[in-house]
Design a protein around this ligand. Structure first.
Ligand code: NAG
Ligand code: NAG
Ligand code: NAG
Ligand code: NAG
Ligand code: NAG
Length: 431
């Protein structure tokens, strides 16, 4: 093959790939995969340098949810058993003239196997690595003065929770910032088992008892699980896949989760377990899980987002006193959601309820808490004082307690003074 042809093929592939990745339409079901939604559909592609008149950037503090990961052991086993059996049943039903999948879908479903191993449960995937590298590169392009290519241990802080997925996320993020050789020398703070900052909820006994293990927390989700809308959805999904019975919510929810995990892992293909869903049914599954997160990790209970003051304290300490210019913290879905809630972002006018779907909600986990979700605060020294800029998913957001996107640091500190001064973990969390 001559060089020009090779070049042409390469360019063609590059362009079609770029198009495939960036042209996810709003009605694409892959937008609605909840906490398993891939970050490549959600991030801000504009990575031009951030510039504010009469302001100089000084510091960044960023909290990042780990990238795309493998399912839990329970879901891997579910895929290997229930879904494997369902696959044969779906293929058989279609041979008997039932179901609505097309030839191509049947071929892909026929070729499906669960290649995930239980030992690797929750490990960061290759796509998760990419998400971190690319996120780091874009952030560096936006803020070259504070996220420098040269590494100094006095300038950068990297910290993660004691899990493979956050540790690897931190490493790949560092790989996105520095040369490979330098990245090897990056100092990561030792992960601590009971981390009351990065995972303030996990060891918060009062929250565990009153919220996490309290059946009331899941009441609205259960209500929606039994609603007419959900029953219709189960029927539609079952019919589409060719069943003459109605699949249970447990099974359809497992399909939805595996659809999410597999789609987030593979850039160029959609999981066959998404085929049962159309836009309407996937939005209902999305809502079912939004209800869970709203009541477990969001605005449902004050006790859920109150201990996020631990992170606010870390942020404010960092902005006021620490010498470090760049802090990167790697944590979990639950950490992000509770901090977003503490900041009063995406707050609905009234609580989300299970009787029917709220289509207009802003609290939408697919958007605000997908894999690799992140929130960053950037300190600017401006002519008229210190200001803080907030980026969520790399997009500028205005905090509700501030009039402007560039929020005066003193104002924010005043606003949270009471919370931060009274942020005594033991008091908030003791039973
Ligand atoms: C892009 O998507 C189309 C259809 O969705 C698919 O046929 C094609 O192979 C994809 N191209 C690449 C380079 O992934
Ligand atoms: C990209 O972001 C920069 C900085 O925020 C902004 O000035 C510019 O208008 C954006 N470009 C596009 C095409 O949105
Ligand atoms: C940080 O770097 C300094 C000088 O480059 C070195 O002396 C020091 O040991 C380093 N600290 C750590 C924790 O690696
Ligand atoms: C932090 O950033 C400021 C402003 O860009 C710079 O002057 C200073 O040297 C940086 N501090 C360190 C420790 O790199
Ligand atoms: C939905 O189906 C479940 C289980 O079959 C049933 O208990 C429930 O009453 C149904 N809900 C409605 C609103 O019909």
């Amino acid at each position: 093959m001559n060089i020009n042809l090779l070049k042409f093929v390469f360019m063609y592939l590059l362009i079609t790939c770029a198009l495939n990745i960036s042209c996810i339409k709003p009605d694409d079901i892959r937008n609605y995969l909840g906490t398993r939604t891939p970050y490549r559909f959600k991030h801000n592609k504009n990575d031009t340098r951030l510039n504010f008149l009469s302001c100089k950037e000084r510091k960044i503090w960023m909290l990042v949810r780990h990238g795309s990961r493998l399912p839990s052991a329970k879901d891997i086993v579910g895929a290997q058993t229930y879904l494997k059996d369902l696959k044969y049943e779906i293929l058989m039903q279609h041979r008997n003239g039932r179901g609505e999948l097309n030839e191509e879908q049947l071929r892909r479903l026929g070729g499906w196997t669960c290649d995930m191993q239980v030992e690797n449960q929750k490990y960061l995937t290759l796509e998760g690595q990419d998400e971190m590298i690319l996120l780091a590169e874009r952030m560096q392009k936006r803020l070259p003065k504070i996220i420098k290519h040269e590494y100094q241990n006095q300038t950068f802080q990297f910290r993660y929770t004691p899990t493979q997925r956050t540790q690897q996320s931190a490493r790949y993020f560092a790989l996105g910032l520095f040369d490979k050789k330098i990245a090897q020398d990056v100092v990561f703070e030792p992960a601590v088992k009971v981390d009351t900052t990065l995972r303030f909820y996990k060891h918060c006994d009062r929250w565990q008892k009153q919220v996490k293990k309290n059946p009331e927390t899941y009441k609205e989700q259960m209500l929606y699980g039994n609603s007419r809308e959900m029953n219709d959805t189960l029927e539609i999904v079952s019919r589409k896949l060719g069943f003459d019975r109605v699949l249970s919510l447990d099974i359809v929810a497992l399909m939805y989760r595996i659809c999410g995990f597999e789609t987030s892992q593979h850039k160029h293909s959609t999981s066959p377990w998404c085929y049962g869903f159309d836009e309407r049914s996937i939005r209902r599954l999305e809502y079912y899980y939004d209800l869970k997160h709203y009541w477990l990790d969001g605005y449902g209970h004050e006790l859920t987002y109150r201990p996020a003051c631990m992170l606010m304290k870390h942020l404010v300490d960092n902005m006021r006193t620490q010498r470090r210019n760049a802090t990167f913290l790697f944590a979990h879905s639950g950490t992000l959601l509770k901090l977003l809630t503490h900041l009063q972002l995406y707050k609905p006018n009234s609580h989300l309820r299970g009787h029917s779907i709220d289509e207009d909600r802003t609290f939408r986990v697919s958007d605000i808490d997908c894999f690799a979700s992140n929130i960053a605060f950037i300190l600017y020294k401006c002519k008229d004082g210190d200001k803080l800029l907030t980026l969520h998913q790399e997009k500028v957001v205005r905090l509700p307690m501030c009039d402007e996107e560039l929020c005066p640091l003193d104002h924010l500190i005043d606003y949270y003074k009471h919370t931060i001064d009274n942020c005594i973990y033991e008091d908030i969390c003791k039973l």
